[in-house]
Ligand binder design. Structure first.
Ligand SMILES: [Zn+2]
Ligand SMILES: [Zn+2]
Length: 455
């Protein structure tokens, strides 16, 4: 089809753009059924209807336009913006994903040389950045299913592409979840198949780091999954209980508090082995994790998850203790401290949880008692403060402070908490102070050493 001219819109197309803005999908569908309406028509700025819909965050309209053959990679905009860039600017994750699935090229740059991910980051749409950076199309993986160059065989057998793609597009990076995904597919529970998969993941990781539009997030994700696959291979080779054995090791909690030490160490080790020491993301991760004593927050898993998926405010209560899946809602009835997706996840965890359950129950009760006590203290402190304030300020202001005390808005509590922690409680030692030597193997020098020894 000949390229359309900018601003060359007929009446129906003008109407379509108008209807688009109002989000009237029915009317838009009617217009798109009209032969005179060209789905990739351009307004005077070179914007297609899809760009308009993406920018305005109209999900249904984007779907409709794509169904009618809208070109997701049209690049006629006067500043070189694509529909994906507009989606990223709008901050709509769903539309961003939709554009990617429709084949949007993430490497295209606008007239000032920025990619869609960079533009979204520039305007603070970090969720969209995450979506773009985590997206990995099936086509990109399928590249490895064809022999390249002098290869006689493809690096990845065709039958493995589907199961592998499922794992690399997951946003739940819990090691147990990844092992479960491997375990559920008989094609993957095979040493040779896993070797091919992890080799391909390493190649993708390298590509992500060396391409012009470097993607550290995706590189780290590929590397991490590759590491877990290598652990799976070891278990398949060396353990009688195969992958179940690995899952057990990952879940086993230490006697003191049930904390899964092996899991924590394994994730730290995976991060540390990232082959590109100069990567900013690696340095950030190391800085966040190294000072944390094993067993304290944040866990390596939560730091990694946040870096890769951008999941903010990691609320542990929402995530399955066994597999990290979001939306878990079944709580252990005894201790109420752990939460699972379902009975399967609970059963898998019971061998180790049974040892900690009673202790956790006591900890939970103690926590509740202490929270109640602290709340009481805060209230007393607030009352005292309010009384002091009342003495020193005018009548009118006294009234106001009295009001705010009665409704107890949250910020008042926070203020009180700050005052308490500043004046009455000795300052807690920083994580670096309580850091114990043998447990923090994840320092910058450790990384350097690891790289030296590998070379
Ligand atoms: Zn689960
Ligand atoms: Zn329990």
């Amino acid at each position: 089809m000949a390229p359309l001219k900018k601003g060359d819109l007929n009446e129906e197309e003008k109407e379509l753009l108008e209807v688009l803005g109002k989000g009237n999908t029915e009317e838009a569908a009617r217009l798109l059924g009209n032969k005179n309406v060209r789905v990739n028509c351009l307004d005077e700025h070179g914007m297609t209807p899809l760009m308009h819909a993406a920018y305005k965050g109209k999900v249904d309209m984007c779907k409709l336009l794509l169904r009618h053959g809208a070109d997701v990679n049209c690049n006629e905009h006067e500043q070189g913006y694509t529909a994906l860039m507009f989606a990223g600017l709008s901050g709509n994750k769903e539309i961003t994903w939709m554009m990617l699935e429709a084949g949007a090229d993430t490497g295209v740059v606008n007239s000032v040389g920025r990619t869609a991910a960079q533009m979204a980051a520039f305007v603070g749409q970090h969720d969209c950045v995450t979506v773009i950076n985590n997206f990995f199309s099936r086509e990109r993986l399928d590249y490895y299913t064809k022999p390249q160059g002098l290869d006689k065989e493809p690096k990845l057998p065709v039958k493995l592409a589907g199961p592998l793609h499922k794992i690399i597009t997951t946003t739940n990076l819990h090691p147990v979840k990844i092992v479960l995904l491997v375990k559920e597919n008989p094609l993957l529970t095979d040493v040779e198949a896993l070797q091919k998969c992890y080799y391909v993941l390493d190649l993708i990781c390298e590509k992500c780091m060396k391409q012009r539009d470097m993607n550290e997030v995706l590189a780290m994700k590929m590397h991490y999954i590759s590491c877990i696959f290598q652990k799976c291979i070891l278990s398949l080779k060396e353990r009688e209980d195969k992958l179940d054995g690995l899952i057990k090791s990952l879940l086993k909690g230490r006697d003191k508090d049930g904390f899964p030490v092996y899991q924590e160490k394994l994730i730290r080790e995976c991060i540390r082995k990232f082959p590109y020491c100069e990567a900013t993301l690696l340095q950030q991760l190391v800085r966040s994790i190294a000072p944390v004593e094993i067993g304290s927050d944040p866990t390596a898993f939560s730091v990694l998850t946040q870096a890769i998926t951008g999941q903010m405010g990691f609320v542990e209560a929402e995530f399955c203790t066994t597999c990290g899946e979001k939306g878990a809602a079944k709580r252990c009835s005894t201790c109420k401290m752990v939460i699972y997706c379902d009975q399967n996840c609970q059963k898998m965890h019971w061998f180790t949880h049974k040892k900690a359950c009673k202790m956790l129950k006591e900890a939970h009760e103690k926590q509740e008692r202490e929270a109640a006590k602290e709340k009481q203290q805060q209230e007393r402190k607030q009352k005292k403060e309010a009384a002091q304030a009342a003495e020193s300020i005018s009548n009118q202001e006294q009234l106001m402070s009295g009001d705010s005390k009665e409704v107890e808005p949250k910020c008042e509590g926070d203020k009180a908490e700050k005052i308490i922690s500043n004046k009455e409680i000795p300052v807690l030692s920083s994580p670096a102070d309580i850091l114990s030597k043998e447990e923090t193997d994840l320092t910058d020098t450790a990384i350097e050493k690891a790289h030296e020894s590998e070379e």
